[in-house]
Design a protein around this ligand. Sequence first.
Ligand code: FAD
Length: 673
Amino acid sequence: MSLPAESKIDVLIIGAGPAGLMMATWLARCGVGARIVDKRGTKIFNGQADGLQCRTLEIFDSLGFAHRAWRESNHLLEICLWNPDEHGRIRRSARIPDTIPGISRFQQVVLHQGRIERFLLDAVEEAGSDIRVERGVAPTSIDIDESRVDDDDAHPVTVRLRRLSEEEATPEQAAGSGDDGPPVQDGLFRSNLAPRDDADRLLTAAAAGTEEVVHARYVVGADGAHSWTRRQIGLELEGDSTDYIWGVLDMVPITDFPDIRMRCAIHSADAGSIMVIPRENKLVRLYIQLTTTERVGDEAARADRSKLSPRVILEAAQRIMAPYTISYRKLDWWTAYQIGQRVGTSFAVHDRVFLAGDAVHTHSPKAGQGMNVSMQDSFNLGWKMASVVKGQAHRCILKTYESERRQIAQDLIAFDHKFSRLFSGRPARDVMDTEGISMQEFKTAFEKGHMFASGIAVDYGSSVVVAKDDGHGRVVSDQSAAPHVPVGRRIPSVKVLNQADARPWHLHELLPSNGRWRVLLFPGDVTRDEQRQRLARVAAAFDDEASFLRRHTPVGGRCDDVFEVLTIHRAPRTQVTIFDFPPVLRPYDETDGWSYDRIFVDDVSYHEGHGEMYRAFGIAPAGCLMIVRPDQHVSYVGPLDDPAAVNDFFARFMTDQSRRGSVDSKTPMPAKC
Ligand code: FAD
């Protein structure tokens, strides 16, 4: 018998759902060698998750495809809360905005998971990488050589992969067929209502049964709630299985309910509650939380899914929404599943094998968090892993993946726990009692939950990459330099003008996800002498031999390979030109000339108003300095007069490039590219 083929790769990703594909997208954009395998022969085409929170859309924008989601999706602007009046008849009791106004350029939208996977697949391809999902491939074993986990150059994780037959790569239909009318297939198969989108399905499994041994530096297990990787590396989820089963129906409704194109939470007097989510292509999704589990002896409660069908879910909806009527002729997808509220005890082993997405947290679908938080996990991990693999950063930054994302997962479970109770199938009561829930409490919790659910409130704690307190060396942020830009959160976005051509840009548009760190200089009004001198001192420090730019940029590379310095001043635009700014702030390229995209101004535009960034950020006339991570989270805020803090910050975790390889430590990195 012939031996299996062997190969080496920097990163192996197991699972090509939203979390795995987001990881692949980062690695492709950062030019890191990676492979991604999935046991299924196709991506999904409809059903499953659909909600996209505004932070996720900001992330998509940084990856270049938010416009596709924005155009194809249904936009959720208003939530209507319905509950019974004194006669027990449901009525609209409140309207609230779906996304808190002003927190983002984007608002919540819904679009099915299959399209999101398509956008990510296209983004991987467009990045020019040769990463492609290898479908119909599953791992059979994983071993970590513990003696080599601290060796930066080692490939200590060995994974054996097996190619599956077409039959093995075609999953069972989880939900079966409808019980009235023609059979309805579950979300793994093509939708009748969505455009054809199956270009990358597994066409042949000719090599079925063949095996390959892959030696990887890092492995990411993004293989969903029943994660094989998690079980193999001995990590567990802790938490509870809930008694709730969710029934989900995607249909084109025929109804006289007036708010069917609004997101609605409907609590009936005695028939339970339902969530209505209007979707793309005239679809509407109904979520019903059912309590039909049975405890068998000491066994945990298990859902009896055989009792659930589209008709059962529809009939529940009809009872809750009465006296309004609802039915359908077109049913696109349905499912019924029981969820646990669980978080992984750990998110990584030896910082060599990582888990992301549903593999490390599971919870109910009602706040539309599953796909969002899963992609945000690997959005957090991707740039860190890329910079370690490329030799730019020390492995210590990988520890911040668990410290940052596990906290988010725990917060999510706490949020979900509260929501599940409030959105149970129990009858509504206007006064809280043992049987029902208070509608006022529901509304308050809904509004409060909004900020959390948007993803904008994510606030990473102090670490080597977030300078909040002095637990990690000398660098401590001085939040008073920009009080409205909290360290640890994603930087807010307002408009600024390009100094060279007066075009308005949203700040986030200047921070695409390409793996680069940004140092933002806010020198204030540079027509004033003291501000010009301050700026000159910062620029001289950045140009110095000992500056972060020279120490951590690969010798021979472009000066903006790792860092981009962006200057946003507040002098009147027409009173200065880019040549009033030191050259290190607007680098020169022999072929392309000066950089015209590094100097910006907080001034009024001709057509799009005035962003008032200094006021929005709370920046005083003396100016300030900020460091922004490749994922747009703020690492450091401090006074303009302390450029040494920037050097000290990066020295904590970036490799000293002048000491790498045979390069003379005095070799200067050119200030002009
Ligand atoms: P997944 O999307 O589960 O992706 C995991 C991938 O790994 C899959 O492609 C799988 O084929 C692959 N894989 C698994 N095991 C292996 C292996 N051993 N080898 C190779 N590949 C493997 N969320 C909502 O918000 N609303 C909903 O209505 C909703 N409905 C859902 C219905 C169903 C039936 C399911 C399963 C999930 C639903 N979700 C819903 C949850 C949502 O889909 C997930 O939160 C989200 O997809 C998580 O992304 P992920 O990438 O972590 O995992």
